[in-house]
Design a protein around this ligand. Structure first.
Ligand SMILES: [Zn+2]
Length: 232
């Protein structure tokens, strides 16, 4: 169970289909890990249904206190959201590779090899690697990538020119504000300055969504900026 979640407003926007594509992807990935947010989303979806019915003259008896009983399982509800998202993602036809389930259930799965180790990682430093997801799926102007940090390694102190969303896929990391494990969803705005350190026991892989490139702030680390620039 995750300890760090999207806020209610984000889930509301997700339910309404009004989140940006890349942010919706991050929320979807988190939902795959998080029963609590699945449950919250189910309520929001039901509420959205009630509001829709209320605008239909033929509907009778629907009001805010009578959210319809949900007959679908949590995953069916979630799949509906995923399907809507994937319909938007799949503007260009990409034949997903057929393979056995890896136990890594999230909307990214169809775009990734069976093992994350098989990804064509671009090494940024000896300890940090990146896989740019915008190479395989169109995410508009957002920068969407997987980042891999070696167990115990530290990412140089940086701020962001824009907002950064992180969802931990594997392993975990800590920074000045907390410790994060698989499934955790972390939203940071440009006022945050942090230096994540991967936990010691295994490499950490995260999905990151940026609406502007990272900006390193350490005096010796500015040279890293070009390496982290997207589409360099
Ligand atoms: Zn959650």
């Amino acid at each position: 169970m995750s300890a760090h979640h999207p806020d209610d407003l984000t889930l509301l926007d997700y339910s309404a289909g009004s989140l940006g594509l890349a942010q919706a992807l991050a929320v979807s990935v988190h939902l795959g890990y998080c029963n609590q947010c699945q449950s919250q989303l189910r309520k929001l979806n039901a509420l959205g249904g009630v509001l829709l019915e209320e605008t239909t003259p033929a509907s009778v008896g629907a009001n805010d206190d009578q959210i319809p009983e949900q007959n679908h399982s949590q995953m069916e509800e979630l799949n509906k959201s995923f399907e809507a998202l994937m319909a938007r993602i799949e503007s260009e036809p990409v034949e997903p590779p057929k393979r056995e389930s890896t136990g890594f259930h999230n909307p990214l799965e169809r775009y990734l090899p069976a093992s994350l180790d098989e990804l064509n990682w671009q090494q940024q430093t000896r300890e940090i690697a990146k896989f740019d997801l915008t190479n395989v799926v169109d995410m508009g102007s957002a920068r969407v990538a997987l980042q891999k940090i070696k167990a115990g390694a530290k990412v140089p102190v940086h701020t962001h020119r824009g907002n950064e969303l992180t969802v931990v896929l594997k392993g975990g990391f800590s920074d000045e504000l907390g410790v994060y494990h698989a499934g955790d969803y972390i939203a940071r705005d440009p006022s945050h300055k942090h230096s994540p350190t991967a936990l010691q026991n295994e490499d950490c892989v995260c999905l990151t969504v940026l609406d502007a490139p990272m900006k390193f702030t350490g005096p010796l680390m500015r040279w890293l900026n070009p390496l982290f620039a997207w589409r360099a």
